[in-house]
Ligand binder design. Structure first.
Ligand code: FMN
Length: 297
């Protein structure tokens, strides 16, 4: 019987790369699901290869390899590249299977019809567990936008399914609210805010200092990578509002709309308790205010 660990491993999901190489025994291709980009700059790709493979010997010998990310039409190629060793058969020369092009730059055999073709120079090789981590710096890379990657899961091949619609509530807001958030957005695609909801029956505490046109809950747009709760606490202190924030905030993802324009806003929302009626505050019913309603519900 297979152990639980062995079965559990199959529940990971990956793509599959065709790793090409050449060496003392000629040109070769193997399938490797454990392939990934691991650095942007320099662009590095790691592939984890078992010791007994001909591919590992080749890479150790020539210090270069090709990564050809398989497309959804290439499952037959993958199963041969992964099902046989070069020690058993010259896979690249099987009739009508691999469409190979030899790289002028590196002499590596590269596979046509893939999503990505990258030629790599070996930078690191290290034994990790029962595989070798092989890291290469990309010296040449191309991609084909028209191809979709093959997916591997539970020993089977899949195609990418439809995209999942983002979970965002759309809310039509006043010009004042819209302009305020747009102003703060700058060149960011999504504006991140952190705010506090203090509720009393159907009323919500709003910040009302007479300057902001929007008159909505106390909130702030925190600096990147800063503790959101602390940023909000500091903001409340600065505007002299005494609210104690509760733990466990909610996240509300909104698309705010005004006329034909829209803007994505993410709200980290803390519940709060008003300690002392202080600062520029007012109560506002959320029943007729779509924006407040979207924060409450
Ligand atoms: C879908 C699939 C994914 C695979 N992924 C890996 C992998 O990430 N690392 C690895 O060492 N072997 C992997 N293998 C097994 C090798 O491709 C296989 O051992 C191959 O025969 C080695 O070929 P070579 O000896 O000609 O280099 C995979 C096989 C399949 C079918």
């Amino acid at each position: 019987m297979e152990s639980k660990n062995v079965i559990a491993q199959r529940f990971f999901v990956t793509g599959v790369s065709l790793v090409t190489s050449h060496g003392p025994n000629g040109k070769n291709v193997m399938a490797a699901e454990w392939t990934m980009q691991i650095s942007y700059n320099p662009l590095l790709i790691a592939v984890f290869i078992h010791k007994g493979s001909n591919t590992l010997d080749n890479i150790k010998h020539t210090k270069k390899f090709g990564i050809n990310v398989a497309s959804e039409k290439q499952s037959a190629l993958v199963s041969v590249a992964g099902g046989y060793s070069r020690k058993e058969i010259d896979k690249l020369n099987i009739l009508n299977l691999f469409d190979v092009i030899e790289s002028k730059k590196t002499g590596l055999p590269m596979i046509r019809g893939c999503v990505i073709n990258a030629e790599c120079k070996l930078t690191t090789i290290k034994k990790i567990g029962d595989h070798y981590m092989v890291v290469g710096r990309v010296i040449s890379i191309i991609y084909d936008e028209t191809k979709k990657p093959l997916i591997y899961h539970r020993n089977r091949y899949f195609q990418i399914g439809p995209t999942i619609a983002p979970v965002r509530r759309e809310v039509t807001v006043s010009k004042g609210i819209f302009d305020e958030f747009c102003l703060q957005r700058g060149n960011k695609f999504i504006l991140k805010c952190v705010g506090v909801l203090v509720r009393s029956k159907d009323k919500i505490l709003i910040f009302n200092d007479g300057h902001k046109s929007s008159k909505t809950i106390p909130y702030v747009c925190p600096q990147k990578n800063t503790d959101n709760k602390k940023e909000l606490e500091n903001h409340l202190k600065n505007v002299k509002i005494k609210i104690v924030l509760k733990e466990n905030p909610q996240i509300k993802k909104l698309i705010i709309k005004h006329k034909k324009k829209n803007q994505r806003v993410n709200f980290v929302l803390f519940r709060g308790i008003l300690k002392k009626r202080s600062g520029p505050l007012a109560w506002k019913s959320f029943k007729n205010d779509l924006f407040l309603k979207s924060l409450v519900r």
